[in-house]
Ligand binder design. Structure first.
Ligand code: MG
Length: 280
């Protein structure tokens, strides 16, 4: 009798333990599933609604920007002047040689079929620059005054003559190329000076090379917010389809600022940059 009671007690204890383990396992599974569930229910990001370079995507509304905004803005005291209209000493080509673009009349002009890039690097920055599209315009679509701000040769803010000229929205002027059309088309006519004020935060990886923060960019085009704290999806298309829109390449947060040669004789002037502070 005593032995049977002992067995009954053991069986009951084992059953209770099994039930407890099941409850813990169920709780863990539920906790693990919660983020996936909420992720699944998250709204589809605008960049995922359309195919890359989709010409059916609605064109951004056209607006007329104010005449001046930051045009010819003097650099603040904590900025580094990257181009003051005189020389390209702060710039080089992709092979580390002197930048081969033409400097004349206070501006530089795309030339020699080569991109140029800054010799310096910054992690999170505010960049001011001005550009002017060829007048009269040459070509159309993507072949009309194409250049770009190529951050680390990976993340492009498009430069294009999109004044009364159509292309796919995610490739027009002030687009994050292949990812995000500008909120509005704030282009000025070719030949007029236009401004970009760009705030960029670099992506970050941890020591295990896991991406912990995507790159983020805000762009003002002629004083108008056209990219509002956009989380860049990865490397912008144009370098390789295999790496486009992915963060496959781990790099230090400090990045250079590149200017693209893309056949157009686009001009640039008054370029300065500020490292962003951190008060945290
Ligand atoms: Mg371009």
């Amino acid at each position: 009798m005593k032995r049977r009671n002992f067995l009954n007690t053991s069986a009951a204890a084992a059953l209770l333990a099994l039930m407890a383990l099941s409850i813990i396992a169920f709780a863990r599974l539920t906790a693990a599933e919660q983020p996936i569930e909420s992720h699944t229910n998250a709204p589809v990001p605008p960049a995922a609604k359309w195919r890359m370079h989709d010409r059916e995507r609605p064109q951004p509304p056209v607006i007329t920007p104010g005449q001046t905004f930051s045009q010819s803005a003097p650099a603040p005291s904590d900025a580094e002047m990257l181009f003051d209209g005189k020389d390209l000493s702060k710039w080089q080509n992709d092979r580390g040689q002197d930048a081969p673009w033409v400097v004349t009349n206070g501006y530089m002009e795309c030339a020699a079929r080569q991109n140029i890039r800054t010799r310096g690097k910054w992690a999170d920055f505010q960049l001011h620059l001005e550009f002017s599209e060829p007048a009269p315009p040459v070509g159309n679509d993507q072949n009309r005054g194409n250049s770009g701000i190529l951050i680390n040769n990976m993340y492009e803010v498009q430069v294009l003559d999109s004044y009364e000229s159509k292309t796919y929205p995610d490739g027009q002027c002030a687009a994050i190329y292949g990812q995000s059309p500008p909120l509005v088309n704030a282009c000025k006519p070719p030949g007029e000076w236009q401004t970009y004020d760009i705030i960029f935060e670099s992506p970050r990886w941890n020591e295990q090379k896991e991406l912990v923060k995507k790159a983020v960019v805000t762009v003002l085009h002629n004083g108008v917010v056209v990219q509002n704290h956009f989380e860049i999806l990865g490397i912008t298309d144009g370098i390789s389809r295999e790496v486009a829109n992915k963060y496959g390449v781990v790099h230090p947060p400090e990045v250079f600022v590149g200017l693209q040669y893309h056949n157009g004789a686009v001009r640039f002037r008054n370029i300065w940059i500020r490292k962003l502070g951190d008060q945290s």
